[in-house]
Design a protein around this ligand. Structure first.
Ligand code: GLV
Ligand code: MN
Ligand code: MN
Length: 414
């Protein structure tokens, strides 16, 4: 491309703001759990923008959405871009949405400039990148790459005990779950734009992060069965308090991550359900959901082992029963050098500063990497804040990302 793309950032910002208002919570809080009414309304909005942009839209049986700009050579596999529009409870408006609406904006800019892609460019909106509903992240891309089989997907339940089959068909997603799987080669290459969700780019005053590897997330569910009873009547000796046992495990996990020897090791207990949950009743059952990550899979697994050892120790000392289920333990992904090189050239041409970095958050690209060469493009976010309503990326940062993404897509699709 000889001309610099002219970015209509005002329109994109207005679309991001409109999408943010499609929420289960009061603005500025964004909560958009997969297959909720807000999720369906958000999908409808984004699809309408894709149709308006002249893209051919279709959905698969789990609701992954594909919006294609047809290239001049229909025989060639498309270049993909995109991300997700679901949002965890109490989230902000940029996580995922910047990659979807920013990807669409990049396509519109290229169209406006009269660019004609040889390969098709396909925007993908993945179903349920967030694990909120079914406890497992990247549902749509996981199924595309068949890291999660249809049988495993059918066994998933939300908190109310509802399964995927009923929910997805109620939402109008038809066809067999088998058909969600995509073969390697279905996409020639895939590039995902996302906010960094960390502080480095902003701190260093750098416009673009070129992501070389995506950390390996693992999620373990721990259920502790103790013995309930009256909080006044039952004396302290001999108690089997499931929550006190859980507290020990939470601290053991924190210690295992802190002492791994690497800053890239992180571990979090984000869910703690206490039964029966009454102030004057000794907790008899606790369910913890843990999130353990590293860019080094073996080091991540050592933290998992430390948690398992702590479970055995706490169970025998406190006389409680502890069950651990591994919900997922995914390997890290390495990004494709050719796409990284294309992004680097594009950033240079666009006059944007850049650095290489790893992604400590997971993304659908982690699973797309199983079926296509992938890379990710990060833009800064204020204070590294994400998964909070005050998440923020400036128009300048978003504009820079769209500019570099547009140039990268043009390069890859030529
Ligand atoms: C994705 O939202 C993650 O938790 O990394
Ligand atoms: Mn997220
Ligand atoms: Mn995300």
């Amino acid at each position: 491309m000889s001309n610099k793309p002219k970015l209509t950032i005002d329109g994109l910002l207005a679309e991001l703001a409109t999408l943010a208002k499609i929420s289960e919570a009061e603005p500025p809080v964004v909560t958009r759990v997969v297959f909720s009414d807000a999720d369906l309304r958000a999908r409808a909005y984004v699809k309408s923008l894709c149709v308006e942009a002249g893209l051919a839209v279709h959905e698969d049986a789990i609701g992954n959405t594909f919006a294609r700009w047809q290239g001049s050579d229909g025989e060639l596999a498309p270049v993909g871009t995109g991300s997700h529009i679901d949002a965890i409870p109490n989230a902000g408006l940029y996580d995922g949405c910047v990659g979807v609406l920013g990807g669409l904006e990049a396509i519109r800019v290229l169209k406006k400039l009269g660019f004609r892609p040889r390969r098709s460019i396909e925007l993908v909106i993945f179903t349920a990148e967030e694990p909120t509903r079914f406890g497992i992240g990247c549902l749509g891309s996981r199924m595309m790459a068949r890291v999660l089989s249809p049988e495993q997907a059918l066994a998933l339940r939300d908190k109310e005990g509802r399964g995927i089959e009923k929910l997805r068909t109620q939402c109008g997603f038809e066809g067999t779950l088998e058909s969600v799987e995509l073969p390697a080669g279905r996409f020639h290459q895939f590039v995902e734009m996302h906010i960094e969700q960390g502080p480095l780019l902003e701190q260093e005053g750098i416009d673009i992060g070129l992501v070389t590897a995506i950390a390996a997330p693992a999620s373990l569910r721990v259920v502790i069965e103790g013995e309930g009873g009256h909080a006044g009547g039952k004396l302290m000796p001999g108690r089997k308090d499931a929550l006190a046992a859980a507290a020990e495990l939470i601290l053991a996990l924190e210690e295992a991550a802190k002492s791994s020897g690497a800053i890239d090791t992180v571990a979090t207990v984000g869910v703690c359900d206490v039964f029966p949950g009454a102030v004057n009743s000794i907790p008899s059952r606790v369910r913890l959901e843990t999130d353990i990550r590293d860019i080094d899979g073996a080091r991540r697994d050592r933290v998992i082992d430390a948690l398992k050892t702590a479970c055995t120790d706490v169970a025998s000392r406190r006389g409680v029963a502890i069950r651990i289920d591994v919900v997922n333990a995914d390997p890290p992904a390495t990004c494709d050098p050719a796409i990284l090189a294309a992004m680097e050239t594009s950033a240079t041409e666009a006059g944007r500063s850049y650095r290489r970095m790893v992604s400590r958050a997971y993304h659908d690209s982690l699973f797309m990497a199983r079926i296509a060469p992938v890379a990710m493009l990060f833009i800064p976010c204020r204070g590294g804040v994400s998964h909070r309503p005050d998440e923020y990326a400036s128009p300048e940062w978003i504009g820079g990302g769209v500019h570099v993404l547009a140039r990268t897509l043009a390069r890859l699709a030529s």
